[in-house]
Design a binder for this molecule. Sequence first.
Ligand SMILES: *[C@@H]1O[C@H](CO)[C@@H](O)[C@H](O)[C@H]1NC(C)=O
Ligand SMILES: *[C@@H]1O[C@H](CO)[C@@H](O)[C@H](O)[C@H]1NC(C)=O
Ligand SMILES: *[C@@H]1O[C@H](CO)[C@@H](O)[C@H](O)[C@H]1NC(C)=O
Ligand SMILES: *[C@@H]1O[C@H](CO)[C@@H](O)[C@H](O)[C@H]1NC(C)=O
Ligand SMILES: *[C@@H]1O[C@H](CO)[C@@H](O)[C@H](O)[C@H]1NC(C)=O
Ligand SMILES: *[C@@H]1O[C@H](CO)[C@@H](O)[C@H](O)[C@H]1NC(C)=O
Ligand SMILES: *[C@@H]1O[C@H](CO)[C@@H](O)[C@H](O)[C@H]1NC(C)=O
Ligand SMILES: *[C@@H]1O[C@H](CO)[C@@H](O)[C@H](O)[C@H]1NC(C)=O
Ligand SMILES: *[C@@H]1O[C@H](CO)[C@@H](O)[C@H](O)[C@H]1NC(C)=O
Ligand SMILES: *[C@@H]1O[C@H](CO)[C@@H](O)[C@H](O)[C@H]1NC(C)=O
Length: 872
Amino acid sequence: MKFAVALAAVASISPAAATIRIQKLEKRELATSPPFYPSPWMDPAAIGWEEAYQKAKDFVSQLTLLEKVNLTTGVGWESEQCVGNIGSIPRLGLRSLCMHDSPAGVRGADYSSVFPSGQTAAATWSRALFYNRGFAMGEEAKGKGVNVLLGPVAGPLGRMPAAGRNWEGFSPDPVLTGVGIAESTKGIQDAGVVACAKHWIGNEQEHFRISSEAQGYGFDISESLSSNIDDKTMHELYMWPFADAVRAGVGSVMCSYQQVNNSYSCQNSKLMNDLLKNELGFQGFIMSDWQAQHTGAAAAAAGLDMSMPGDTVFNSGRSYWGANLTAAVLNGTVPEWRVDDMAMRIMAAIFKVGQTVEQDPINFSFWSQATFGPVHWRAKKGYQQINGHVDVRADHGDLIREIAAKGTVILKNNGALPLKKPKFVVAVGEDAGPNPLGPNGCGDRGCNNGTVALGWGSGTANFPYLVTPDSALQARAIQDRTRYESILSNYATSQIQSLVSLDNVTAIVFVSSDSGESYINVDGNKGDRNNLTLWKNGDDLIKNVSSQCPNTIVVIHSPGPVIVTDWYKNPNITAILWAGFPGQESGNSIVDVLYGSVSPGRTPFSWGANRESYGVDVMYEPNNGKGAPQQDFSEGNFIDYRHFDKANSSLIYEFGYGLSYTSFDYKNIKVEKSNAAAYQPTVGQTSPAPTFGNFSRNPSDYLFPGNASGGAIDPVYLYVYPYLNTTDLQKATTDRNYGQNAAEFLPPNANDGSQQPLLRSSGKSSPGGNAQLYDTLYTVTAEITNTGLVAGDEIPQLYVSLGGPDDPLIVLRGFDRIRIDPGQTVQFKVSLTRRDLSNWDTAIQDWVISSYPKTVYIGRSSRKLELSAALT
Ligand SMILES: *[C@@H]1O[C@H](CO)[C@@H](O)[C@H](O)[C@H]1NC(C)=O
Ligand SMILES: *[C@@H]1O[C@H](CO)[C@@H](O)[C@H](O)[C@H]1NC(C)=O
Ligand SMILES: *[C@@H]1O[C@H](CO)[C@@H](O)[C@H](O)[C@H]1NC(C)=O
Ligand SMILES: *[C@@H]1O[C@H](CO)[C@@H](O)[C@H](O)[C@H]1NC(C)=O
Ligand SMILES: *[C@@H]1O[C@H](CO)[C@@H](O)[C@H](O)[C@H]1NC(C)=O
Ligand SMILES: *[C@@H]1O[C@H](CO)[C@@H](O)[C@H](O)[C@H]1NC(C)=O
Ligand SMILES: *[C@@H]1O[C@H](CO)[C@@H](O)[C@H](O)[C@H]1NC(C)=O
Ligand SMILES: *[C@@H]1O[C@H](CO)[C@@H](O)[C@H](O)[C@H]1NC(C)=O
Ligand SMILES: *[C@@H]1O[C@H](CO)[C@@H](O)[C@H](O)[C@H]1NC(C)=O
Ligand SMILES: *[C@@H]1O[C@H](CO)[C@@H](O)[C@H](O)[C@H]1NC(C)=O
């Protein structure tokens, strides 16, 4: 990763001041973010956190200020073994804690697995698989010594299909993503690793997320993109899955690079203090995305708890926190209770997942796979064994294969599938074969060579092996005595045509598109896809094969929808499959689906006829001069299927759609009303902010430990420490703006530690928001019968029409994945909660059930809703 330009320009200015500056520059009314202070402190009674709180209290009460600051501040980019590490507490035996990527595996490690992407997992619609995937990833991270796994992802949610990192998350539907992120969180944390729900929030595209990166690409802007999101859309769409993660007990959240309403996410008090900590009752800690912090004391006041990776810009050796935070507490700018709360939140999350002060060592180095090397990579210091090559994969390959197969979607099947000992199979296309440079031949998977099994960027891991479609199909062919050939090129037109035009050919064409994170540019795609079409001549390849072969099967590996309009109706194309990003077992998984040994999934997003049919798109050119590009989320809730339904846009395959190898019949919908108590808005107050332990106000107690004090530290080059270099605070911080007191640059109440009113929507001690939002109001059931000849998994879906003029036609509210034997009838059951039936009321600031008539629908996709009933 390379970020050329310093981000220090906005140091120490408050969000409000930043907004004023931009407004002056642009003379146009830009969205603003209202202040919310003080930053909420932990609640000792928060459900699920009680024991962790006590343990954290016992530990944090023993800490000195320097030790607390060590917990809050990363030691700097490449300074320890993980992608981010905080300082240690040697006195009490706590080693430096490790924050590490990714939501698909242990990034940069060896002898670990590459899981299917979140989006492919979403296509299974299976709670059990979401959980099992999380648990297995947690086990692998734990085995390497990772303390906090940087995933799962609900931001991007998937507002725009071309956005680069959608595949890391689940689905543009907030309920499917909510279940995905909650079950993943439980899995990861049950395995003993803290999960990190990211990126909070509005991080919907790669272009302009970081102004310095945008300059690397030739865009001359001074501030990051602002996602301007109204309060209703924020609640009903983007926050929804994060609420589920908080309710599931997630231990950490990562604030995002871009701004919301022209205030950086990592210093936006409305986002962190109000929405996340106050309303959702989040008890864990908020860490910054890597270099997403732009200010010191103001970020602390706005709710940031951990600075990652700790330095202002990579390898600057300077930090907005570290010594600056020590000084800010000593000079009274950051209150003691705020730094205590940061330390409490970090340690409570660690204890909550069962970790202890005594930790296993970190067994790998992100920076090198060599056995021996420097622990402090940037400084090239501390040579020792840095890689234990611990094999953490267990039998996860089986699970990976199962998820990828069950997450493959059959979009079309004119009887070609399942394959039954076919006479002659021809696999065509580069996407069936290996990357000539090896499966890890491109750093962070930043290329599209050979079969695409994962996108690119920090959301990746190293393949321990990659089963290509070509190798798996050939192995199966040999077993079945099928003739098998493959042509692993998209451009060998004449060879391909002469082979696939032979008699008895089942041609399987593998095509791809790819996307990732913006620090890598692949074929001109700066993270976000430039188009929704297939890469590498894929459309022509499909046309070449299907013009010659009446049994052409198309398999697509992609980070979301691609445009299939030109060819999907061609009768020679007998089947189309979307195989997402399947991870290391790619070939085995596709064989399982093609040969019918596994039931497929359903698409977790809509397939539009063209790019315009989605209504919203990535912003590729800045629209605000040198100021922050302004991205107005003016479509509100209407993304993906909600937009297609509203605008009647051209659609090819609808959200929730997918074929099966058997058939199902739906009947007998029943609605049962529960007698849940009436909603009681929360009243009351918090306790005052507690402090834990005492600290000296004498700067000389904070000096870099020299020989005089005994415990001398030989400083590591460019390492971030909590110490002061001189007792003159101003000199120690080298802060250009030093001397402003809190009242001058922090909003009123920023440092107020007195009792605070509870929000009516927040509930008492209930992470996820008012517990009554999760009361069941109705139970809806239906019967589903397998009317076909083979067993199969059906994925019934429940949608609700909230009935108001501003509401989407329907919204997903429940689903299941149920195995049904031929002739068997099962019950599909969904509990509808108060939240499921409510809208966010911006005036009273709470969820309210409108008086509009509400209808519930059950069916096999968002457009095939065979059953309906009124909710009375
Ligand atoms: C952004 O501005 C909109 C419009 O004023 C407002 O509804 C919303 O609450 C703001 N959100 C944040 C996080 O500031
Ligand atoms: C802070 O962390 C650093 C790096 O791990 C360590 O060397 C130092 O001793 C710690 N300081 C305190 C006061 O614990
Ligand atoms: C790291 O590996 C060593 C042996 O090489 C083992 O003793 C230790 O427990 C491992 N740590 C973790 C976190 O598994
Ligand atoms: C303190 O923060 C300022 C920016 O606010 C930065 O310029 C300075 O280098 C930091 N000091 C240290 C010691 O890291
Ligand atoms: C692999 O990908 C890179 C980057 O896209 C490209 O430049 C290179 O030609 C490819 N190499 C092979 C052997 O396919
Ligand atoms: C193979 O093709 C020939 C010629 O079209 C045809 O007679 C035969 O039935 C085919 N066999 C199979 C198994 O499809
Ligand atoms: C879409 O982008 C891919 C990847 O850069 C490229 O290969 C393809 O030619 C583009 N499609 C069109 C129609 O320009
Ligand atoms: C289908 O394949 C046959 C060859 O079997 C070819 O003659 C015909 O033109 C193809 N049809 C289309 C629509 O491509
Ligand atoms: C503080 O002292 C350390 C150790 O001598 C040095 O590496 C660092 O650059 C100094 N920091 C500042 C802000 O002067
Ligand atoms: C206190 O220290 C912080 C961190 O260096 C600095 O930003 C702030 O200006 C200082 N405030 C006063 C009143 O000295």
